[in-house]
Design a protein around this ligand. Structure first.
Ligand SMILES: Cc1cc2nc3c(=O)[nH]c(=O)nc-3n(C[C@H](O)[C@H](O)[C@H](O)COP(=O)(O)OP(=O)(O)OC[C@H]3O[C@@H](n4cnc5c(N)ncnc54)[C@H](O)[C@@H]3O)c2cc1C
Length: 255
């Protein structure tokens, strides 16, 4: 099967509120049956109209999507953002993406807040990074709500005998979602309450206080950039994690 690595048109078929701040948007389109799925954090780049109500032009070009986007006139250039495939159903040419609704200051969040069936965007398959190396005895997965799709999918795919500790920072109890994690998982929901997303050090403090199991770990850290960086530093400097056993990615930056 040849996987498609160019932007594809997709149409919203369903929108479901998972929590007050998280919307699951189901998309369909020609080519999604060959979108490809490399793992639980499979990256999908979304292409949105430059302004609400404007036409959506998807970049075309043999040199890849990025130069093609840069070559477009600013008034027609699509907005491009990074998301995670929460679930791909190739047999139905469908995918789910879970969007954090953080307000209208970002075009992707603003689009997701108003999305309705029939709306059109572009989607580009871009691969996965989560990859516990051979010899991993246990896993540590840490993130905020932007990493919830990746962490939930990683937990759901774990064999029952692999111990895992997952920490997910959200606003409050109404932002938790069911995760079908195997019995070896210890899942901690961290509630930041009135603290703004990305502010405070709740996740870092909780990781510092964790009793970690013996054996060789693999860590997956994703979410607000400063949180991810400080947690990685703590694991590698104070807890003896080998750097090549810690995947970390700033999914967004608090401004
Ligand atoms: C590999 C990868 C996978 C990702 N997967 C997902 C996913 O599945 N679901 C998801 O919701 N996000 C995901 N993200 C994060 C998402 O790309 C960012 O949150 C992005 O900034 C949203 O774009 P925007 O247009 O809404 O806001 P932007 O235009 O990028 O930013 C506008 C303002 O909003 C703030 N902001 C951005 N994101 C947030 C947030 N989450 N909370 C509070 N303030 C914010 C910024 O600091 C800025 O001030 C992923 C990122 C990466 C790199």
């Amino acid at each position: 099967m040849t996987l498609i690595r160019r932007p594809l048109p997709a149409e919203v078929v369903a929108v479901r509120a998972l929590t007050p701040h998280l919307a699951r948007i189901t998309l369909t389109g020609p080519g999604l049956e060959d979108f490809g799925y490399d793992g639980p954090d499979h990256l999908v780049r979304i292409f949105l109209p430059p302004r609400p109500g404007a036409a959506l032009l998807l970049p075309e070009g043999a040199d890849g999507w990025y130069p093609a986007v840069q070559a477009m006139e600013p008034e027609v250039r699509p907005v491009v953002r990074n998301y995670t495939v929460r679930e791909l159903r190739p047999e139905k040419a469908e995918m789910d993406i879970d969007f954090v609704l953080h307000g209208d200051d970002g075009p992707a969040s603003a689009w997701a807040r108003k999305a309705t069936p029939g709306d059109r965007i572009g989607v580009l398959s871009d691969g996965a990074e989560y990859a516990p190396p051979a010899g991993t005895d246990w896993q540590l997965l840490v993130g905020d709500e932007t990493a919830l799709p990746a962490i939930a999918a990683a937990l759901e795919a774990l064999p029952p005998d692999v111990p895992a500790i997952a920490l997910i920072e959200v606003t409050g109890p109404d932002c938790e979602i069911p995760i079908d994690a195997p019995s070896g998982t210890t899942l901690h929901w961290l509630h930041r309450g009135d603290t703004e997303p990305g502010a405070g050090d709740l996740t870092l403090r909780t990781v510092r206080d964790l009793d970690l199991p013996p054996g060789t770990p693999y860590a997956f850290l994703a979410g607000e950039s400063a949180m991810v960086t400080t947690v990685r530093r703590h694991l590698c400097t104070d807890r003896g994690f080998a750097k090549d056993r810690v995947y970390f990615c700033g999914y967004w930056r608090r401004s």
